[in-house]
Design a protein around this ligand. Structure first.
Ligand SMILES: [Fe+2]
Length: 161
């Protein structure tokens, strides 16, 4: 890979792989979540993630490329860590750690979409820029909601203790 166009295409495939992997991982997180608000949020974000894949399909089409993913090691590691939390943690620690790692995923996605949409702009891919900005806004909103749930869940646990 040498050009910004190639970097854009490769990173688009990377995030496509990541979103697809998340549609498989999020149901397990929803199942493990104890806090009902968190559980609902994960399920809502699962639906949103499927929507994001449809938007990414449009991004690929807008640059005349076939939608496909390439293995993303970062998301694979984050999902592995999530599986470890589900296996090892219980009670408030389980929810607190799951919310924290969900936010790590969101931050990863925000970084990726932030770069991608700026590259799209520089490359003159106006439609891709707009579509990627839409997804970036969704990820930022999901991250804010997770912060809200984290604060309320941790506060509730503090009161109960
Ligand atoms: Fe996403």
């Amino acid at each position: 890979m040498k050009t910004l166009e190639e970097a854009f295409h490769h990173t688009l495939q990377d995030i496509y792989y990541a979103e697809t992997a998340l549609t498989k991982a999020l149901p397990n997180v929803a199942k493990a979540a104890g806090n009902t608000d968190f559980k609902a949020l994960v399920l809502a974000h699962l639906a949103e993630t499927k929507q994001q894949i449809v938007i990414l399909d449009k991004v690929f089409a807008s640059i005349g490329q076939k939608a496909m993913g390439v293995k993303c090691d970062a998301i694979d590691r984050l999902i592995k860590e999530t599986d470890g939390i589900i296996k090892d943690a219980t009670g408030i620690a389980l929810d607190a750690c799951l919310i924290a790692i969900a936010q790590a995923v969101e931050h990863y996605e925000i970084a990726r979409y932030g770069a991608l949409r700026e590259w799209a702009k520089v490359l003159g891919h106006t439609e891709a820029h707009d579509l990627l900005s839409q997804i970036l806004d969704m990820e930022k909103a999901a991250n804010s909601k997770l912060t809200g749930v984290a604060v309320s869940a941790v506060n509730m646990a503090k009161k109960a203790a």
